[in-house]
Each structure stands twice: as C-alpha cells, then as structure tokens.
Design a binder for this molecule. Sequence first.
Ligand code: NAI
Ligand code: MG
Length: 362
Amino acid sequence: ANKKLLVLPGDGIGPEVMREVVRVIDWMDRKRRVSFDLVEDLVGGASIDARGAPITPDTVARAKEADAVLFGSVGGPKWETLGFDMRPELAILTLRRELGLFANLRPAIVLDPLLNASTLKPEIVKGLDLMIVRESTGGIYFGEPRGVETLADGSKRGFNTEVYSTPEIERVARVAFDLARKRQSRVCSVEKANVMESGLLWRQTVTALQQREYPDIELSHMYADNCAMQLVRNPRQFDVIVTTNLFGDLLSDLASMLTGSLGMLPSATLGAPDSSGRRHALYEPIHGSAPDIAGKGIANPLAQMLSFAMLLRYSFDMQEDAEMIERACTNVLASGLRTADVMAPGCAKVGTHVMGEAVLRE
Ligand code: NAI
Ligand code: MG
C-alpha cells in the first residue's frame, strides 16, 4: 500500500523550506523508491487566514489517517494579537494531544563539514551524536492542580504541579531504551530525584524497567543541573538521554546550540504503538517560522530535509533512504555551499532553493 504522508508547511519560512523537501519526495516517488500519497494542508496563521482557526477538525482527521505528518513551522507577528484561542501554536499543541504524541526525539549531531562554522568548538563537539528523548505530554506543564490564587492579604500565589505516573514514565523510557539498542546501548536518565518526589519515582521506575526488560542496555542516572553542566563540558559522553518535559525543554535547547545552527536540527514526536505496531508520529525542524528572514529565500532547508530523513527512519523503517538523504546534506555542506546561518570562511553563500537543488542532485 502507498504510504500516506500529510505535509503541513505552515507559516513564514515553513513553506519555503518544505518546497525543497517536497521536490525530494517527488523524486523518490518517480524513482519508485517508495510510493507516497502526499496530501498538503494548512496550519497555523495560514489556516487562521483561510479558515478562521489555527487547525480545523478536517486537518486533524487527515493527520490521524496519515502514516506520518511532516510539519513546517507556525506563527508570526501577523497573528500575535489575535488572543489565546487563535494562537498559531495551537495547531501543534492540538496535533500532539489528538495523536497522543508523548515522546519528543531531539538529536544533536555535529556533521564534520560544519566544524569550520565559527560558533563551534571542534575539540568538544567533533563527531557529536546524541539523542535527547523528552517526555512531552505530561509533567509540570500539564499537571493539576495549577492556577493563580489570591491570598487573604491580597497577594497572589501561582502554582504548577509536576505529576508523572508509572505508565507515563515507562512508555517514554521504552522509547529511549529501544533507540539505544540501535545506537550505542547507553541511556542516561535525567531528573532531580534528590529534591522531587516525581523525580524519585521516575528514577525507580526507569531502573525497574531496565532490570526487567532491557538488561542489555547500560543505564545511568544524572541530576538535571549536573546534566546541563556535562552537556557543555563533555557532550560526547552521552548516547541517549531520557528526561521529563521541563528538563527536556531546557536541555534539548542547550544541546541544540552545541551543533551550531537551528537551521540544521530536525525532531520527531512519537505516539504509542497500537496493537498492530502502528504509531502516530510528527516530524518537524526545531526552528520556528523565522519572520525576520521569511520571504527572502535565504532560510536553511536542511533541518526540514533532515526531519524528512527521520520520518523515513522511524515511521517507514527506510534506513537506507534516510541515510541517503543525510549523506546528501553532509556532502552539500562539504562541497562548500552554505546558507547564511552556517556560513564559514571559504564557502559560497547560497539561498534556500540552490541548497535544496544541490541536495536533490546529490
Ligand atoms: P525561530 O526559530 O523562528 O528563529 C530564531 C532565529 O533563528 C531567527 O533569527 C531566525 O532567522 C533563525 N532561523 C530559524 N530557522 C532558520 C533557518 N531554517 N535558516 C536560517 N535561520 C533560521 O524562533 P523565534 O524567532 O523565537 O520565533 C518566530 C516565530 O516562530 C514565533 O511566532 C514562534 O512562536 C514560532 N515558533 C514556532 C515553532 C513551531 O512551529 N514548532 C517553534 C518555535 C517558534
Ligand atoms: Mg523550548
């Protein structure tokens, strides 16, 4: 059967970088490497403008039918003042909730040709290849009780609660352990078990799961503050890191800057597999809609391209094709073509389309 792919370019540079990826998808289709049923739809500001909502029930239904969703980015100054229910970001939050996407995979990889980019410290990041698995539907961002209350003396009190159940911890830990099996078989679980009850439960649950089902995986534990320090000091000590929603938010942003540019970084968000092993999944670059450069044709399309490579790897088990795309991106960078965000001495500065064209040729 054909593979159903829902493409949601979104706003700003989203459509600009997605265009280059769709050309690669069309090429694969023509070469019969795979047959895709590709459906494109509106989300974010584009959907607000055309349909009056950041995402419509029709689009959510299409996402549920699809084997995988390739997402661009949403948002921009045009829609910032429309109010809470009209935030373009609701598109992604709705999809995460409706598809049950609880495991956010954020790779931090340093490609050799990029070591000459001025922001990197080669002695610390050369060959870096780590994966952060962040729990993304639970924890302190969603836990109850939460709110702001007014006290007797008129002052206010704001509060959130970090809540994790053992099934929530186990399912995200399982994603990390399964990934590790295909990598270096090492998982570092990160929380603050020294000061948080939910952190202690997290540590105990991950430990028990490893002993029960993953004795072949080497498990270590680290407090989140130490992990932040270790990521800057010696990031190559890690293979897979699994952590909570809050700590994962901070640590994955931190790790992303070890690699140079937002324009290079893909991500995946996975749901739970059903009885037939099928799981919902959404793939997107970690960057946003970049309003400051939108419409100029200068955005780096590689994060979107590498998000598609992740899609091939994790949703369709097409390892060779994923590697083909990743290698094409590396080779284009090595050939000296660069978008402005990863420019280096001696390289040629090009725009989105020339970069996409070069990847296609590779
Ligand atoms: P951003 O990631 O859009 O941009 C941050 C900086 O990185 C900008 O200077 C931008 O030009 C640069 N940049 C980002 N992607 C690039 C690329 N592919 N090539 C070259 N340079 C690139 O983050 P910002 O500025 O905080 O947010 C802009 C808008 O995007 C906001 O409306 C925000 O809400 C939204 N956003 C959406 C996300 C999503 O759709 N998942 C994620 C993050 C932000
Ligand atoms: Mg963040």
